[in-house]
Design a protein around this ligand. Structure first.
Ligand SMILES: NC(=O)c1ccc[n+]([C@@H]2O[C@H](COP(=O)([O-])OP(=O)(O)OC[C@H]3O[C@@H](n4cnc5c(N)ncnc54)[C@H](OP(=O)(O)O)[C@@H]3O)[C@@H](O)[C@H]2O)c1
Length: 320
């Protein structure tokens, strides 16, 4: 089968032939209808993860498709079932082997592309706004990269919970996308100079919560945008962190943490419950998935360039 593998230590990708997977005990092989592109995949390319994985290193972790083979002991799924997953290494391919426990069923009302697009960014946004910091109707949130796949979903979930969103995007071209997701205010900034505008929009008070996965450039002004006792949800290891922090230098009484989606779905039951909530919001018209780019699997490298160059909006998908 065809797959996208990391071919060089400097992050080059190639469209290669690899053997079709055969399902081990408890595992399922899925024919992939759509695979999601995530910054995590760019991190693998940059050598920040999976350094001990053997070649050919087929990248990608997320997708949706149909069950084509069952391993010994699988009881919960049948051939032909429509499924999706948030973390199965090797997902930039025509087929992938996934543990039964890592799969969720896709309702008839949700198409394959929407299912693939909602898994990683939807569960991450859900973690941030309902679990790490359960947004309340009186909260004002600062959402970075508000026109990105994650930012658009996070904005919508904050709005669903009654909060107000100040979105930050890097260019004027992205303002409409952020507003389309429901951002009440949009700040354009690429240099990390936005705290004065956040303070002006909040009557000098600052925001209750900042969601920042945008790298070291935004960290200082995100801190300065927080109101008294505010919460800083940090989440962007691939784009880089602020480096060592002296706790005595932080604004007093704030809460600062590194939120990660896997803590939202620590058990198969929670994975299925929380994904079902996302699917239901979509079916009810409360959550919209914006697919900003669809690429043939062979063009994965182009999708990465578009994402890294900050040209993309919404979710990017690869179609085998
Ligand atoms: N902790 C977790 O559980 C978790 C899970 C998923 C993703 N993440 C993190 O969330 C972030 C978004 O990732 P994603 O995969 O969901 O994609 P995404 O939301 O679609 O992100 C794309 C956005 O990232 C911004 N961006 C791109 N290159 C950048 C750069 N060099 N410097 C600063 N910003 C840049 C751009 O926004 P602007 O140009 O408007 O700034 C772009 O719209 C990443 O940092 C990723 O590591 C964390």
């Amino acid at each position: 089968m065809k797959a996208i593998a990391l071919i060089s230590p400097d992050g080059g990708l190639d469209f290669v032939n690899v053997p079709e997977p055969a399902p081990g005990p408890g595992n399922i092989v899925v024919e992939i209808a759509a695979a999601g592109v995530n910054f995590m995949d760019i991190g693998v390319r940059r050598g920040m993860a999976w350094t001990d994985v053997a070649d050919p290193k087929v990248i990608g972790v997320e997708g949706a498709g149909r069950v084509v083979a069952l391993g010994q002991g699988v009881t919960g799924f049948a051939i032909g079932d429509r499924v999706a997953w948030v973390y199965a290494p090797g997902s930039y391919a025509e087929q992938v082997e996934v543990p039964e426990n890592a799969l969720v069923r896709v309702p008839d009302a949700i198409d394959d592309r929407t299912a693939a697009a909602i898994m990683m960014q939807g569960l991450t946004a859900s973690h941030f706004a309902t679990d790490f910091y359960p947004v309340q109707p009186w909260d004002v949130a600062l959402v970075h990269a508000a026109a990105g796949g994650l930012g658009m979903l996070l904005t919508q979930i904050v709005k669903l919970r009654g909060g107000t969103v100040i979105g930050r995007v890097s260019s004027v071209a992205k303002v409409e996308a952020a507003r389309g997701a429901g951002a009440d205010h949009v700040i354009v900034d690429e240099e990390g100079h936005f705290a004065d505008r956040v303070l002006a929009l909040t009557g000098g008070e600052g925001v209750n919560v900042v969601f920042d996965g945008s790298g070291p450039t935004t960290f200082a002004d995100s801190l300065a945008s927080l109101r008294r006792s505010g919460t800083f949800c940090w989440f962007g290891p691939v784009l880089g962190g602020p480096g060592p922090i002296d706790i005595m230098s932080l604004p007093k009484s704030i809460k600062l943490g590194y939120a990660v989606f896997s803590d939202h779905i620590p058990t198969p039951a929670l994975l299925r419950e929380r994904t079902a909530q996302l699917f239901q919001w979509i079916i009810d018209g409360k959550l919209r998935v914006e697919i900003g780019g669809v690429y043939p699997l062979a063009d994965a490298a182009r999708a990465h360039v578009d994402m890294e160059s900050r040209r993309s909006t919404g979710k990017l998908l690869l179609i085998p």
